[in-house]
Design a protein around this ligand. Structure first.
Ligand code: ZN
Length: 60
């Protein structure tokens, strides 16, 4: 049996060209909070204005 994990602890990365500027869960608009360098890649950290989840976008 696989261990269950809390999805909120596992941020999902979206490719910018695939993901319009809205939340993949609830479709609300995203608010860009910061740009973080992760493994040498620019990651755009956004917060959903609807469900308040963190959405990470990377460039293609
Ligand atoms: Zn949302």
């Amino acid at each position: 049996m696989l261990p269950a994990y809390n999805q909120a602890d596992y941020p999902i990365y979206y490719i910018m060209s695939d993901q319009p500027d809205c939340c993949g869960k609830c479709g609300s608009r995203l608010d860009l909070m910061e740009i973080r360098m992760i493994d040498g890649e620019r990651v755009f950290v956004s917060e959903c204005l609807g469900c308040k989840c963190e959405v990470l976008l990377v460039e293609d």
